[in-house]
Structures are given as structure tokens and as C-alpha cells.
Ligand binder design. Structure first.
Ligand SMILES: [Zn+2]
Length: 226
């Protein structure tokens, strides 16, 4: 009899606690919030401006993009595995994402190195970003804060991933046979959606040229892809 009484008491207490502390918390109106101020700190903002300048009309720059907006785990037979994979990225974000200006499809991820020392959290974050970008086939640029003042260099780094030249202003001639070149858009493969030049005498001449070739000449960039 006493046992039943104890069980009932425990149930009542449990019910009371659930009502009071768990269920009530789900009402959003209960809490007050305040603005945090600028989305980016000074150095992040300076880099953002440089990035916008470098990309121009050729892409859209977004900052602090939630990882789950950009990537999603592969479907797994085991649902639990999927949730674990999703949890891994749920609270993280990408510093900057440069998207195609027409489709808003992410083209390249940029991670800003603020020059501060590596601590455990930072190392974990870097590992995660490198792993997820590699896994999802997203190009990743690790950028030094110095690039905020080197728009030209930033543009050359980006040129490997997005088309940065005005198409109608670009006239080229084949380096092999001298014939005019034709602008095309890759319809498949790794460079799908990217522009490239091909010789107008195809199939007699098979010369093709990277659209962004003007950015690939001169000086070695200090930065490199991961
Ligand atoms: Zn040719």
C-alpha cells in the first residue's frame, strides 16, 4: 500500500514539475531579448567589404551563414546516424559564402583567419569546416585578414571558383590557330555553370581556355586553398 502511495506521489510531483518548468518554457512570449548590435565586428566587416568589392556584380556575398542552410547530411539507412551528422553542423556557420548571383547557389566558402592564436574550440571548428567542405565538394578558401586591403589578390583567389569578367567585354583569339574564340558555359562536370572559351574552329582545333585566365598570371598568391 505504501509503495503505491509513493509511486502516486512521485507521479504527481513529476507531473507538476513538467507542467511548471518544461511545458511553460515553450511559450516564446515569456522571454525578453535585446539586439546584439553589428552582425560583424570591425575586422570581419572590413573583410566583408573587400569581398563585396572583389566579387562585384558577379556574385552575392553572405556572411555568417548557418551550415545547415548550405549542406545537409547524406541520407542514411539508420536515422539516428543522420541526426548525429546533422547535429554536428547544426550550431556552426560559415564565415562567408559567395553565391552565384542568378541562382544563389553557393560557389565558394571563405573562412577568415583573424590572426588570433589557435585554441581548442578554433581547432575543432577548422577541422569541421575542412571536413564538411571536402565531403560536400564545396571549395574552401582560408583567407588571411591582410586580404582586406588587397582586393586584387582576393579577386585572383576567387577567380578559381566564380566567373569575374564581363562576358561582353571579353574578346579572345585562339593561342594555337589565331581564330576567334567562342564563349561557352560548362553543362556538366566539376565546372558546371562556369564559363570557358573554346576555339571557333572546333572540332579542327580543340584549344580551350579558362575564362578567368587573366587572373591566373603574375605573382604567386600568398594565400592558398586548404
Ligand atoms: Zn584554334
Amino acid at each position: 500500500m505504501i509503495n503505491i502511495f509513493i509511486v502516486v506521489v512521485i507521479l504527481v510531483v513529476f507531473f507538476y514539475i513538467t507542467q511548471k518548468y518544461v511545458l511553460k518554457q515553450e511559450q516564446p512570449s515569456q522571454y525578453q531579448y535585446r539586439k546584439k548590435g553589428s552582425l560583424l565586428n570591425m575586422s570581419e566587416g572590413a573583410f566583408f567589404n573587400a569581398l563585396v568589392e572583389a566579387v562585384g556584380q558577379h556574385g552575392v556575398v553572405l556572411a555568417k551563414v548557418s551550415m545547415t542552410s548550405v549542406i545537409i547530411p547524406h541520407k542514411t539507412k539508420n536515422k539516428k546516424q543522420w541526426f548525429i551528422a546533422n547535429n554536428q553542423i547544426a550550431k556552426s556557420y560559415f564565415d562567408y559564402v559567395v553565391c552565384d548571383s542568378r541562382t544563389l547557389e553557393p560557389r565558394v566558402i571563405i573562412e577568415l583567419d583573424n590572426g588570433r592564436e589557435l585554441d581548442k574550440g578554433k581547432i575543432e571548428r577548422q577541422k569541421l569546416i575542412i571536413q564538411v567542405c571536402k565531403s560536400a565538394g564545396l571549395p574552401l578558401i582560408g583567407a588571411n585578414i591582410k586580404l582586406s586591403y588587397q582586393v586584387g589578390r582576393l579577386r585572383r583567389l576567387l577567380a578559381a571558383h566564380i566567373d569575374l569578367i564581363e562576358p561582353d567585354k571579353e574578346v579572345r583569339f585562339c593561342k594555337r590557330c589565331g581564330a576567334p574564340m567562342v564563349l561557352k558555359i560548362a553543362t556538366q562536370g566539376e565546372f558546371k555553370g562556369r564559363r570557358f572559351f573554346t576555339c571557333s574552329r572546333q572540332p579542327h582545333c580543340t584549344y580551350t581556355e579558362n575564362y578567368n585566365v587573366v587572373f591566373e598570371e603574375n605573382e604567386h598568391p600568398e594565400q592558398s586553398d586548404y
